[in-house]
Design a binder for this molecule. Structure first.
Ligand code: NAD
Length: 309
């Protein structure tokens, strides 16, 4: 039984991880400022966890008792949010990371940092391995997110080198599934496409739609996180994502088929600095025994059902 702190545990990924940790008999304290997360995400476990409403960049976080693991998932994660709250996002992954690392060190706990495939920028090697150095615009519109995640990784490594922090860095590729928030502010591409398709409204594809992404269903992603908690090697960085690239226009067509929609596809301007390709070289996590189980069609159908419910 482990004592864990999940920062950002009221969010999409954090709440699914909290549920799995509780199901496996671990103790969980969630720290979250509810900026993009919702208490309702924790409804099924609310009587079994501790909850501290706090901002990891600004608030004193006092944990009584020991901790074995600190997971840092506390960052807004959609493009509209990075554009509207660039300072908040940049500080969450830098100053906030530092504050959480200090808690992990004080408690002699392992630290897991939720980084992102965005640290690769616009890669010229796809599927992209963890060793790829990145191709980014540090002053671009995505920079408050991308660069602060890179710094969050650097800081993790610095504390590891100087203070012996035991850490694992996870680079998540796009994950989708129930509890992914929607709407103009939080919505991510799959959420938008499914909602447009279910309403038989035009599906808006940016650019030509030939840009690719790697989509992993949330249960597969969270199983991978659990595997890393149990078997990940300290000091290592792991991609979590599929190596199957799907173009955005293919995604739109698949959503139309799965939902049985009459939507048409319409095209609009590609946002600045949008990466052209995403695909995970997942051989490192696969070597630990991970393989995604839910394909895109099945995952989209599950999401559609959750929206109907
Ligand atoms: N979902 C994905 O596809 C994906 C991909 C790459 C990386 N990630 C990373 O995984 C983590 C979780 O992402 P998510 O999709 O669950 O996003 P989310 O927005 O649903 O969850 C983030 C949670 O962190 C909380 N939070 C944000 N800033 C905070 C702060 N300063 N102090 C305390 N709490 C704060 C929010 O209220 C929310 O509950 C993030 O770090 C994100 O960057 C996610």
């Amino acid at each position: 039984m482990m004592n864990t702190l999940i920062a950002g545990g009221a969010g999409f990924l954090g709440s699914h991880l909290t549920e799995l940790l509780i199901a496996k008999g671990h103790n969980v304290v969630v720290v979250d400022n509810l900026s993009s997360g919702l208490m309702s995400n924790l409804e099924s476990v609310k009587d079994k966890i501790g909850f501290i409403k706090a901002d990891i960049t600004a608030d004193e976080i006092s944990i009584t008792g020991g901790l074995d693991l600190v997971v840092n998932m506390a960052s807004r994660a959609s493009r509209a949010e990075w554009e509207k709250y660039p300072v908040e996002v940049a500080l969450s992954n830098s100053l906030g990371s530092s504050n959480l690392i200090k808690i992990a060190l004080a408690k002699k706990a392992r630290y897991i940092f939720a980084s992102t495939s965005e640290v690769y920028g616009n890669p010229d090697v796809v599927p992209t391995p963890e060793t790829y150095k990145g191709n980014l615009n540090h002053l671009g519109s995505r920079a408050p997110y991308d660069e602060s995640k890179i710094f969050g990784e650097t800081l993790t490594k610095a504390y590891e080198a100087e203070y012996g922090l035991e850490s694992i860095i996870i680079r998540f590729f796009n994950t989708y599934g129930p509890r992914m928030r929607g709407g103009d502010m939080y919505g991510r591409v799959i959420d938008r496409f499914i909602k447009q398709a279910m309403a038989n409204e035009p599906i808006t594809v940016y650019g030509t739609g030939s840009q690719t992404r790697s989509f992993t269903y949330v249960s597969d992603t969270i199983n991978a996180v659990m595997l890393l908690i149990e078997k990940g090697k300290p000091g290592e960085i792991y991609n979590i994502g599929t190596n199957k690239e799907l173009s955005i226009v293919e995604l739109a067509k698949t959503v139309i088929e799965v939902t049985g929609s009459k939507s048409e596809i319409v095209y609009s301007e590609l946002p600045k600095d949008d990466p052209l390709r995403r695909g995970a070289d997942n051989s490192k996590i696969s070597a630990l025994g991970w393989a995604p189980e839910i394909g895109v069609r099945e995952g989209l159908a599950k999401m559609m059902e959750s929206y109907r419910a």
